[in-house]
Design a protein around this ligand. Structure first.
Ligand SMILES: Cc1cc2nc3c(=O)[nH]c(=O)nc-3n(C[C@H](O)[C@H](O)[C@H](O)COP(=O)(O)OP(=O)(O)OC[C@H]3O[C@@H](n4cnc5c(N)ncnc54)[C@H](O)[C@@H]3O)c2cc1C
Length: 419
């Protein structure tokens, strides 16, 4: 597409929302329902963000994606929202009181409108480059991973509805918007350099997101708890809190979600297999607010979940595949101990996703201001951009949604000030 797409087809000004997690989805819906045209730009092939990677959600312990699915569907179907998946912002510049944005959209190669979701392409692909994201897409469809695809053409030959077109190219979309909302959320941080955690030294030392995926009911192991190293059922699991967080070498602030998440994961392990011994090593249990406090009052110790106040000083694989040693001081009993575990989960290594524009920058460029930890610092009256969700500060789903609605309201109010 060339030239600027006319987005001001309603009375209200257009808004660019960057990031399609719960925060971006909520802000988009609130703005569109108030009459704003919204362009929602998401890096991945589907909306939902990190919540779509989770199995269960605290404090309800219900399926994580189900509640979000309704809002994803509303976003996809809203007449004022255009969803740009597989896209990122290439450039963003102030222009006569507005912002001109250049969005780069990678091809999906499979036309969602034509795909009948028969699965033949997935079966025929020799390198596993095609996978379904049926629960995240509306209508359900397959996606081709460009990095793995060898362009062999098998999928095109077996597709009964001519939905696959490997000739498609990256597309540049030019937009004119009045406001920008950064809702880019978080990603896992690499903690290999914090040697004491043993990250990468043993297949059964996993991050909490890896463990969530490994044990998800809809995942590879259909909810069974087994070791990655040999597929055997573990005798015990250690959950290590603040691994990378509240650490001046890495992320000085608290990640805000990991204590609740570890309690949730340990409880789910016990629900699936009572015989697995669970240990949570915490700095202090941060379960703030009425519902979370009630959650923490559950009888975890009665359920066989051991809570130890103390951050382990060393985690290392034992020789001969005999498990993983965790060395710690219990700061309540003041005893130093070394225990052997089959699985170790590192919890807390999450940091805001950084937003990088790919074009060259000038004084007209709109880039989010970030602090030294990478969180977006918002906004003055002079800038057209706002932020919400985990990219603004560590926040659970409820907090991210509240922030997103508040941010949408600020845009709506800014607009009414001008009228
Ligand atoms: C291990 C773990 C477990 C958790 N469990 C729970 C729980 O049980 N209950 C609960 O309430 N909360 C939980 N949380 C917190 C919850 O995941 C967050 O509150 C929520 O994901 C924040 O939503 P968000 O939209 O701000 O960010 P995200 O979910 O991170 O979404 C951001 C989106 O922006 C996209 N994006 C990033 N950069 C760009 C870019 N430059 N251009 C385009 N798109 C971009 C990303 O691909 C992503 O889709 C958990 C968090 C962790 C780490």
């Amino acid at each position: 597409m060339t030239g600027f797409e006319h987005t001001q087809n309603t009375k209200k000004n257009a808004v660019l929302v960057v990031g399609g997690g719960v925060a971006g989805i909520t802000a988009s819906l609130d703005l569109a329902n108030a009459g704003h045209t919204v362009h929602l730009v998401e890096n991945k092939s589907h909306l939902g963000g990190q919540v779509s990677e989770l199995d269960k959600l605290y404090p309800t312990d219900h399926c994580a994606f189900c509640p979000l699915w309704t809002d994803v569907k509303k976003c996809m179907e809203h007449s004022l929202i255009t969803v740009h998946t597989l896209s990122h912002v290439k450039g963003l510049e102030k222009e006569n009181g507005n912002c001109s944005a250049v969005i780069l959209r990678s091809p999906r190669y499979i036309d969602e409108k034509k795909c009948v979701f028969c699965g033949r392409c997935e079966k025929e692909c020799p390198v596993g480059a095609i996978h379904s994201e049926w629960e995240h897409l509306n209508p359900p469809s397959f996606v081709i991973d460009e990095a793995l695809c060898t362009q062999c053409g098998n999928c095109t030959n077996v597709c009964p509805s001519d939905a696959i077109n490997m000739e498609l190219k990256e597309e540049e979309i030019h937009l004119l918007v009045s406001y920008v909302i950064w809702a880019t959320g978080f990603k896992e941080a690499d903690i290999h350099h914090l040697k004491e955690y043993g990250s990468g030294t043993h297949p059964d030392i996993m991050t909490s997101m890896e463990f969530e995926e490994w044990t998800a009911e809809a995942g590879t192991n259909r909810g069974t708890i087994i070791k990655k190293s040999d597929g055997a059922v573990p005798a015990n699991i250690a959950f290590i809190q603040c691994a990378g967080a509240r650490d001046l070498r890495m992320i000085p602030s608290c990640s805000a979600v990991c204590c609740m998440h570890a309690l949730k994961q340990a409880e789910w392990v016990k629900r699936r297999n009572k015989g697995i011994d669970c240990w949570i090593f915490y700095t202090d249990l941060r379960t703030v607010g009425r519902d979370y406090y009630r959650y923490s009052l559950r009888d975890f110790e009665g359920a066989g979940i051991n809570l130890v106040r103390g951050r382990p000083g060393l985690i290392h694989p034992l020789p001969g595949g005999k498990g993983i040693a965790v060395q710690f001081e219990n700061t309540i009993t003041q005893k130093r101990e070394i225990r052997r575990f089959d699985i170790v989960i590192l919890n807390g290594n999450i940091q805001p996703s950084l937003i990088q524009l790919r074009s060259e920058q000038s004084e007209k460029t709109v880039v989010p201001q970030i602090n030294k930890e990478g969180f977006v610092i918002t906004e003055s009256d002079e800038t057209p951009d706002f932020a919400c969700g985990f990219g603004l500060e560590p926040a659970d789903v409820a907090e991210s949604v509240i922030q997103a609605s508040a941010t949408a309201m600020r845009v709506i109010n800014k607009e009414s000030d001008q009228w």
